[in-house]
Ligand binder design. Structure first.
Ligand code: PLP
Length: 389
């Protein structure tokens, strides 16, 4: 078959492992250019380095995030590994400061990889109940003088909203780099780079892809040196997204804003319904004025939304009674709402908090719900069915 340009408006799935280079001269030119770690190379060499379908999906994310660059990897965890590892320098790494209210997988990565295997030192900033004490953060920054401050905009499962702008400016006063995991908020609610964060990461497995059908992660930033370091690390460690997943991610990104708006609306509706029910002890949703970080959420997002996660605690006189209520709720809402341990799917799904987090959140009646973008009229009767059982 003759090689020719096809008049398609889309970037196809380029499944090449290696790309054809015309001559020895262009080959050596391509390998020399490769050392400058450009986001989009003139000549592609090898898909672990860069792939055109992946680059096209990165550009779709840059448009939504408003960032100078975006780099995709095969999972959110891979992007966390890239974002942190580029700050590790043999023998010269100071302490890193993490908020304690971050994804459990990230906490396990910190203890088993960062601390146990790499021997790096970390500190944790913990909330008081469901609120952060920023005076305490200031004291920790002054004492620890960390290289990196790492936090999540909306925590999991208590949905504590961080005063993102304040944290970034405090960290910057102490010369720290700031990495924000913005998976729960998405760029639709807040763009941390606009407020001075150095890098933003997302588990694109969640809202950016939005259909529970792929695993991916992305780091976004504006600084060229950080991008070059991240490209180099990604290449050598092999944290690359497959072109097939990149293609699906890009296609699904086209409906991201529509989907996420509907998901936030569905979450607000379900939170109100749960709060009005006598069967529920408390509802944790940043959009409710009963949530301790409601005002923070309003200020941070400008009222664009409060996320699509709702955590609630079913009423019960004893822990055992609460577990019975929880199990009955889960059985009654099935199959419209299923127990699936992820979030950001097209359908509403749930997770029992105690069963997943154990001792960290020993809440027998607590359920974390990730709202989908199904028609809201379909959801209310299902939730009522769960509460009536
Ligand atoms: N960050 C947050 C906030 C998450 O919830 C998750 C996964 O649930 C991750 C990162 C890790 O992403 P992935 O599962 O795509 O590796």
């Amino acid at each position: 078959m003759k090689k020719r340009e096809i008049n398609s408006a889309r970037t196809p799935v380029y499944r090449d492992s290696g790309f054809e280079l015309p001559t020895a001269g262009t080959t050596s030119g391509a390998f020399v250019s490769e050392t400058s770690h450009e986001r989009e190379p003139d000549l592609y060499i090898y898909s672990r380095y860069r792939n055109p379908t992946v680059v096209a999906a990165e550009e779709a994310i840059m448009a939504v995030e408003g960032s100078e660059w975006a780099l995709l990897a095969q999972s959110g965890m891979a992007t966390i590994d890239i974002a942190l590892s580029i700050f590790q320098e043999a023998g010269r790494t100071n302490k890193w400061l993490f908020f304690s209210e971050i994804y459990g997988g990230t906490l396990s990565y910190i203890s088993s990889v960062i601390e146990r295997r790499r021997g790096l030192q970390v500190s944790f900033f913990r909330p008081s109940g469901t609120i952060y004490d920023y005076d305490l953060l200031e004291r920790m920054l002054a004492e620890v003088r960390p290289d990196i401050v790492y936090f999540e905009t909306i925590s999991n499962p208590l949905l504590i909203v961080a005063e993102g702008r304040r944290i970034i400016s405090m960290a910057k006063n102490y010369g720290a780099m700031v990495i924000v995991d913005n998976t729960f908020a998405t760029p639709l609610l807040w763009k941390p780079l606009d407020d001075g964060a150095d890098m933003v990461i997302h588990s694109a497995t969640k809202y950016l892809s939005g259909h529970g059908n792929l695993t991916a992660g992305v780091i976004c930033g504006n600084d060229r040196k950080l991008m070059q370091d991240a490209i180099e690390y990604r290449k050598f460690v092999g944290h690359m997204l497959s072109p097939d997943d990149a293609y699906r991610l890009q296609t699904q990104m086209a409906s991201f804003e529509l989907r996420f708006r509907q998901q936030c609306d569905n979450a607000a509706g379900v939170a109100a319904l749960l709060q009005a029910s006598g069967e529920v002890e408390r509802v944790l949703y940043p959009g409710l004025d009963t949530h301790e970080t409601h005002a923070t959420a309003l200020e941070l997002t400008g009222g664009r939304g409060y996320g699509a996660m709702v955590t609630f605690d079913l009423a019960g006189t004893t822990p055992k009674a609460k577990r019975v209520r929880r199990d009955r709720f889960i059985a009654a809402v099935w199959p419209d709402i299923r127990l699936i341990p992820t979030l950001g799917d097209n359908h509403t799904i749930l997770m029992p908090v105690e069963a997943v987090w154990g001792a960290k959140y020993p809440e027998p009646g607590m359920i974390r719900m990730s709202l989908g973008f199904e028609n809201s009229d379909l959801l209310a009767p299902v939730i009522r069915r769960g509460l009536e059982n």
